[in-house]
Each structure stands twice: as C-alpha cells, then as structure tokens.
Design a protein around this ligand. Sequence first.
Ligand SMILES: *Cc1c(COP(=O)(O)O)cnc(C)c1O
Length: 474
Amino acid sequence: MKTIFEKSSGVNGILLESETKSCDCISSKFLRQGNIGLPQLSELEVMRHYKELSDRNFCIEKGFYPLGSCTMKYNPKVNEFLASLEGFTNLHPLSSDEDSQGALELMYRLQEALKVITGMQAVSLQPCAGAHGELSGMMVIKKYFEIKGEKRTKVLVPDSAHGTNPASAKMCGFEIVQIKSNERGQVDIADLKAHLDKDVAAIMMTNPNTLGLFEEKVLEISKIMHDNGSLLYYDGANFNAVMGYTNPYIMGFDVVHLNLHKTFATPHGGGGPGAGPICVTEALKEYLPSPVIDFDGKKYYRNYNLKHSIGKVKAFFGNFGVLVKAYAYILMMGDNLKKASGDAVLNANYIKEKLKGKYLLPYDEPCMHEFVLSGDWQKEQGVNTIGIAKRLMDYSIHPPTVYFPLIVHEAIMIEPTETESKAVLDNFIDVMIKIADEIKERPEFVMASPHSTPVKRVDETLAARHPDLQFKEG
Ligand SMILES: *Cc1c(COP(=O)(O)O)cnc(C)c1O
C-alpha cells in the first residue's frame, strides 16, 4: 500500500487560500515562498486511502479480542454520543465553577459511584491511566508516612503482580522487594512474612492477580500488613472480575486505582486516552491529588484545599471525555455491573475448561475474568507461543497476551470479557484446538504464520525500537 504522499494525484480536493492573494497583515519575510509539498488528492481518493488503512487495523468491532489483562470489552456507542454533546465538548477548562456546574456534577456523581463500587471513602479523578493512578497512589502512601514522620523505604510486590506495579513504586523512590507465589499461584504468606519489617511502607497487589486467580488469603495479608503499620495498595485494573461481588475496602486495602478505560467500557485499543482514578480510605482523603470535586449543598466546586495533597498530577481535570463515557456506562448498567463481572468470570472459566488437555494449564484452579495457559507442550513440537499467537490472526482473532505473566513459561493469557456470545467463545475454542492439531501435523507451517495478513512476521525487537511506519509488501 502506498502512502498518501505517493498517491498524490495533483487533483485538489479542497482549495485553500489563493496563492496569489497578497496579505499585508503579515510581513513578507514570514510568508512561505515555495511549495509546502502536501499531497493532493480528491476527497474520494482521501476517503479510499483512509478506509483501506482502517480495514487493515483490528478492533473489537471487527473480531474477538481476548487480550489478557486488557479487558477489551465492547464499548457501547451511546457513550461516545453522550461524550460528544456540545455542552461537554465546548466547555472551556478554565470556565468558572458557576459556568461548569453540569460537568462538575457529572464528575461528582462519578466519584460517588466509584466510592460505592470500591467501598472507599474518597476519590480523585485526576490520573489519566492505570499506571498513572498507581504512581499517584504510591505518592499518597509516601506522603502519608512523611507526614507521620516514619521513614519507610520498601514496597512488597508479589511476582504475580502486573509489571506496572514495581515500576510505579520504583518511580516513586521505593525499593522493590519481590514476594514469591506458591504452587497454587497465590501470594506465599511465609515469604511475605520473611520480608516484612518496619521499613516496609506498603504491598502492591493485583487482585485477581495476573494468573487470573483471586488471592484467597487477602484478609490475612491485610491484617499482617496493617499490624506492621504498613498500607495496602490494590491494583484495580482487573476490577471487571469482582464488581458488585466484593471490593478492596472489605479486603482491607487503603488505596485502589481503577482503569475506567477497561472495566467501564471506554475504548483504549489505540493506547488512550484513559482514566485511572484513585480511591482511598478516610485516613488518606487529604492526600489525594487535587482538585477533587465537592458539593456544598448548593453548588459543585473544584476543591484545591486538601491539607496534604500530593498536588496536581494532570492538567485541568483529568481526561474528561473518558469520565463522561464511564459515567454513562455505570448509569446504563446499574446493578447489572455485578452481572457483567459474573459473565466475564463464567466466560473465562468456560474457555479454560474446554482448552485444558489441549494446552498445558499450569494453575488448574477456578479462574476469575482471565486465565493463563502455557505453550510448553506445543513448544516441544516445534511451535512456540508466538507461533500460536500469529496463527490466530489467520483466523481473524486478535492474539491473547503472550509471555506474560513472567512466572508462566510460554504464557498465553486469555481474557474473553462478558460482551462476547457463546458462539464467539465456541469459535475461539475450536480455532485453538485446530491450531494445536495443526502443530502436530505441520509445525513449520504454523511457525511461519500469519499467512493472511498484510504484514507477515516482523522482528519484534526491531519493530519496537526502530518502528518503520511505511508499509511494504511481504
Ligand atoms: C492495564 C493494567 C495496568 C496499567 O494500566 P494503563 O492504563 O495501561 O497504565 C495496570 N495493572 C493491571 C493489572 C492492568 O491490567
């Protein structure tokens, strides 16, 4: 496929200001002399170009997208419609509180909803991604101990945690201490106790963890941590698994972030924009990033006067459009948020039970919203997990998350979400079984896949380090 510059046909789809027309308001030394070199195409040619590009892309509207840990659920279009209402899109972020009552009320109500959903007592909508929420939450914890006059330097992170957890704590200046998982994929309590001392500020837990397993000893862990004077951080990016069934407050956590762009149905396939609000207990309320949105009984207002606030972490008020979509989704779902979690968990367990035996299931336990297979059996036959992932593309299925979590060899992490029908799940199961059979018969063919996509195998390392965005056949 050619670039739009290569396609330039010399036909003008749109005429800008006539070149000969003089302008006496700008000094001639600032006026462009030569040709700017923009591609020239008719409107139809432009449309065909971008349609062709978009057809090469993959999205949830195009097919099944079981990308583990990413919660690629369908995002209802009514949310987009609401977020694009003029009253929201034309509101200037510097407008006064008086002139922004509707938007502030929406943010306030979203905060209230997130309080109910997480069980927590205070919310800041500022952070704009999951990892950003983690960093903000860890800054809250850091400041809490500073004000208390305690010098705590370490953060415990289980080896089944999401990779952003140690990264966020480290960026915040903490030393990371890794805690082992036991043979059932749960935090090893003995190992946790062995690493606990008065230098430990907090533990960061992903629950369900990245194996898709619920931490059964979570209450015991929160007691051990609190008895040590430490706090607990809950990575709530996997909240799709537990909504309405339990919450981090009941489990004994002090800080949690949510990924609105995962659980609360706002699109995130292209890398954003997102929103990663943090919710905290009463004791940490005054540490939140500001402003938070408050209500004095008459009007909604931006509150910058939190006593120990870590300050601003994002320009203006976070990613407002994402907040509108998440709020619309929560209102639309109501009590059915619980049903969404139930269905997400059911769907994951259904696929898991159908695929075990064909693929190695290292942790054979009831899973939550996702589960992790290992490609070890297939690797013995000459096809590694990358080969399986690429072959799925030939069947118009987005590959699952692969080689993560790190504690599973040749990991294949599958998260179907609740928005898929049984027919879609059954098709995925059939395709996975078919690929396992293909590997027995002709491993070289599978290893050479994908065979049907516009771009075939790329050098993954080189593609990430030196992306060449010009399309070349083959
Ligand atoms: C996606 C995810 C994150 C990071 O969220 P971003 O919005 O991509 O920064 C953190 N933890 C878990 C468990 C996740 O699934």
